[in-house]
Structures are given as structure tokens and as C-alpha cells.
Design a protein around this ligand. Sequence first.
Ligand SMILES: C[S@@+](CC[C@H](N)C(=O)[O-])C[C@H]1O[C@@H](n2cnc3c(N)ncnc32)[C@H](O)[C@@H]1O
Length: 323
Amino acid sequence: MNRIDIPSADRRAFMSGSAALAVAGLLSSTGLHAGQAGAGDAAGAYEPRRGQAGKDVMWIATPDALVTRMLRLAQLTPSDQLVDLGSGDGKIVLAAAGEGARGLGLEYNADLVELSRRRAREAGLIDRARFEKADIFESDFSQATVVTLYLLPHLNLRLRPRLLALKPGTRIVSHEFRMGRWLPDETSRVGPASLHLWLVPANVGGSWELQFPQRDELVTTRLDVARQHFQDFTATVAFRDFETTVREPKVAGEQLRFGLTDAHGHLRRFVGQVVGDRISGSVYDLTDGGARAPFSARRTGTAPPIEGSGPAPQSEAESLGSD
Ligand SMILES: C[S@@+](CC[C@H](N)C(=O)[O-])C[C@H]1O[C@@H](n2cnc3c(N)ncnc32)[C@H](O)[C@@H]1O
């Protein structure tokens, strides 16, 4: 592909928000051809040109204020390993390393990789900020606890199966573009720009043996999660004389939440941590002033795959930009 190729839906999306001004300029500029080198500065050192072509998407740097907000949305801590997919001049990785985290930038353009390494050296961050010349679609980023992206909707969709396969609780933050039908857990608007956060959901599918205290007895019952679509699920809980659907079900990373009305008519809210085939947490009796008790669950069969975790269907790719 010689010219920057933005499918029409992506072009519409790219023309909204923070990218609008940049892209309006970029589309009318002459600097759109792949392979065109960035300008050198007075000393001859490589300096990239805003809007220069990249392998699958051009280079535009995320502004500093948005980088800071992306790291806040990710709840970045020094124990995190951040990976920026298409790391450009390295600024997101360097900002993360500056906050004590480890960062890895994957970038196809070798000049940008060299520039990022130089900036890491100058900032004294080479211990924590690494950069590799790599194609993000061919690279292993499975160790990431935070992933950042500033790509395009169809590229996010292509990456989605691999992002969903990351460890539950991994935070993904995208500048501007969404992830098709996997809706963000939180979106920040900063001026005209949008920043989206997703938490990789734990797989809660299948049947569980659920134990919780109800009045003075420990109830053992069955929780059946019939369908999990990204962070949403539908489930029923069986009691002796009836079964009931759960209300407000949600998976937020490793955390599972749902409510139900128990056999005594008490509204209970379950909040637990999912670790493989086990859940443990607290159940709150909202009819009794929120009294808290422990609950646990054990998966009794296999976990079916999360709906949507495979490659996106053509219909979803075609509807990008309208979601
Ligand atoms: C819009 S820029 C974002 C740069 C940086 N993440 C930021 O937010 O400041 C996208 C970057 O992805 C790089 N890129 C495009 N396709 C790529 C691919 N297949 N593998 C690795 N990098 C790629 C481009 O060279 C460009 O630097």
C-alpha cells in the first residue's frame, strides 16, 4: 500500500474528535506517501513529520495532556508493564517509565524506534523503557498489564481477539478509536478527543456451585451463566422452589457483580473476584442495611469461550464508525 489508505468508515471516525484538525491537514498535505523520510533537524538527527505514513496507520503523536489522562484511566502503577502498540516517537512508553512502570514500545518504523531509544537514553530511562522494531500484528505482547493504542477502528478490531486473550484485569486504553461491539468500560472526553478504557473480562461462563449465607443457613445453589458477551452476561440462580435471573450483571476485569432477590425476598448484591474456576467475595443484604457476608463459587464444568472473543464477523467490521 503506497498511499495512506483509510477505509471510508475509518476516515469518518478519524475526522471526528482530536484527529480532525490533524487529518484535515494531513489529507491535503503532500507528506502522505509511505517511505517518505521525516525531516532531519539542524544537527542531522532524525525528526519525524506529523502525518508521515506508517505501515498500517500514519504517525501522529498523542498530545501530552491526553497521555497523562490515558495513564490515569489505566490506573498505572510502578508494578505495571505497559505496551504501546505502534509507539511512534515513544512518548507514551517514556511517560509510563517516568512514573516508575516498565514500558515496551512496538513500532514498525526503524527511525522512530531509534529516536525513541535516544530519548529514553537522554531521559535516563533505558532500564524501564524498551523499544522494538516490530509489526504489532506479528508480536507477542501477552505480558502486558496495560496496553495503549492510537490506531484506527479496523486495526483495533483486528487486534481484539488477542487483547481479549490477555490476563483478566489487563487495562486497554485507546486514543480516539473504539473496539466495535466490545463497548468501553469508561470513556473520557478531553476537549474534542475521546479516550476509551476496557478491562479484559474474566471468563465467567458455565455452571457454578454458589454458596452464601441466607439467614442462619449456608445455601448451596447453582449459578448458570448462559451467555457472556464481553463484560456482560446473563445468568440464573436456582433455589429450591424457583429460579431467578440475576440483575445488573457485570464483569469488570477480574471482578464479577450481580444482584438477586433471595428466597426470603431480600435483595442481595454479590461482588467477587474470579480466579480461574473459583470466585470469592462478599454478598451484601441490601434489604438489611447492606449487611455483608462472604460468598464463594466453584465452576463445575468447562468455561465456554466469551462471545465475541474470536475474529470479528464481517457485519461488525462493516458497521464500524456507526457504533
Ligand atoms: C497514530 S501513531 C501513534 C503513536 C503513539 N502511540 C502515540 O500515541 O503518540 C501510530 C503509529 O503506529 C505505527 N504503526 C503503523 N502500523 C504499524 C504496525 N503494523 N506495526 C507497528 N507499528 C505500526 C506508525 O508508524 C505510527 O508511529
